[in-house]
Write a protein that binds this ligand. Structure first.
Ligand code: ZN
Length: 422
């Protein structure tokens, strides 16, 4: 009964969120089920003191992504552009190269972190289905749903799920209604999930509603910058072991009855999920030193428009999961390093009419230089190959201000720098 009411409340929240397009997800329901199967589990987690994760890895891990586009109509059959934009969005948000990080309040500057985690599109699998939608109301192992993850039930079988992140895009419902944006299963063995993660590779990965796949490069009509694409950043956070920043306790602060923690030391104590807005006044729990609720955090339910960072503690947990639990999820280093240039220099900076990028030791013929404005919108893009050492880009048509210039290969970000035009 407890579980039923939680699903219903998620549904209601989800509907509200859908209209405003924020991140509502069902990943916490997994823990609720585990608590039902293992009575007292949640209480055990509540009793845990906050714990530190030890950082063990220095190099970037590249996660290969298999993107399943399961569609019945043309709108659901997302073009490659949406997938490309989504991979870029993941890379910017995890590497903290997204330009909207400038909106982060100073009080949180000391705790925000860049993850040494990047994503590479491995393949897009397109499956035409006769299913009108896929319902998460019976997320496995609740009632053996997860139908989108099985070819036999109109979905698409996971591909090498112990080595690759599988993401399914479909028309996602929850108990027959719109409103759910996505869900993911946490890995097994983490204390902040009571050790109760998913151990079935067949269903491992993230399911997303197709309406939320994208990024700054590909925004649907009428959506403000920054909305689309950040929900997958949130769901992949669950996949890499993160819990919601408020601990899913529905309103308790540290020391109060029913308090639950997200298991991360540096995230501020926060009573409940933020309203679906960017309320920067809200400060739900008193702590020392006191901090407001962190609506900028990807693991909150605040509007995606104000979410721009993970904390160092969250980053460490995710990196640690890749180093200790999801150890086989990665692209071999030998493949990754082929593309890395020895040196990249951008000059002049500040620039007026022309900006040059000098690239040495570059072995790829699939490089892309991108210049984005402060809203994250791409304003210049050109292809580069190993035969050209210096690329000159005309910026005379761009207005003065702060930009971001990047070099990437196959959506793998190799170089990022601020560029000032004056
Ligand atoms: Zn979530």
């Amino acid at each position: 009964m407890k579980f039923t009411s939680l699903v219903l409340s998620t549904l209601m929240i989800g509907q509200m969120a859908f209209a405003q397009n924020s991140h509502k997800c069902a990943s916490h329901e997994y823990l609720k089920l585990q608590d039902a199967l293992n009575p007292g589990l949640e209480q055990q987690i509540k009793n845990l003191a906050q714990f530190q994760y030890k950082k063990t890895r220095a190099t970037v891990v590249y996660i290969p992504v298999v993107f399943h586009v399961v569609y019945k109509n043309a709108a659901e059959n997302l073009t490659d552009n949406y997938i490309d934009a989504q991979i870029d969005q993941l890379n910017m948000c995890y590497g903290r190269t997204n330009s909207d990080t400038t909106n982060m309040r100073s009080v949180f500057q000391p705790i925000v972190g860049k993850a040494k985690i990047q994503f590479i599109l491995d393949k897009i699998v397109r499956v035409s289905t006769t299913q009108t939608s896929f319902d998460a109301g019976g997320i496995a192992p609740f009632s053996g749903s997860d139908q989108v993850k099985y070819t036999a039930s109109g979905g698409s079988d996971a591909q090498m799920p112990t080595q690759k992140l599988n993401v399914w895009s479909c028309d996602l419902k929850l108990n027959g209604s719109d409103g759910l944006i996505g869900y993911a299963y946490p890995p097994p063995g983490l204390p902040n999930w009571g050790g109760q993660g998913n151990t079935n590779p067949t269903i491992d990965g993230v399911v997303m509603d197709y309406l939320d796949i994208g990024g700054p490069l590909k925004q649907p009509k009428g959506y403000a910058y920054g909305f689309r694409g950040k929900s997958l950043v949130h769901e992949v956070g669950h996949y890499l072991g993160l819990r919601h920043i408020w601990g899913d306790d529905g309103g308790a602060c540290f020391g109060q009855m029913d308090y639950e923690d997200d298991g991360i030391t540096d995230t501020p104590d926060q009573a409940d999920q933020s309203p679906d807005n960017c309320d920067k006044v809200i400060n739900s729990c008193t702590q020392t030193p006191d901090m407001p609720d962190m609506v900028e955090n990807y693991m909150d339910y605040s509007s995606a428009n104000c979410q721009n960072s993970f904390t160092k503690g969250q980053v460490t947990l995710m990196e640690n999961v890749l180093a200790t639990i999801r150890t086989t999820i990665k692209v071999p280093t030998s493949i990754v390093d082929v593309d890395a240039p020895e040196q990249v220099i951008v000059y002049p900076n500040p620039a007026m009419e022309i900006v040059n990028m000098a690239i040495t030791g570059f072995t790829s013929d699939k490089g892309v230089i991108t210049i984005s404005n402060s809203l994250g919108q791409v304003v210049k893009q050109l292809n580069v190959n190993k035969s050209n050492d210096i690329q000159s880009i005309s910026v005379a048509d761009l207005s003065k201000g702060l930009y971001i210039i990047q070099l990437s290969v196959d959506h793998k970000n190799l170089f990022t720098q601020k560029l000032i035009l004056q």
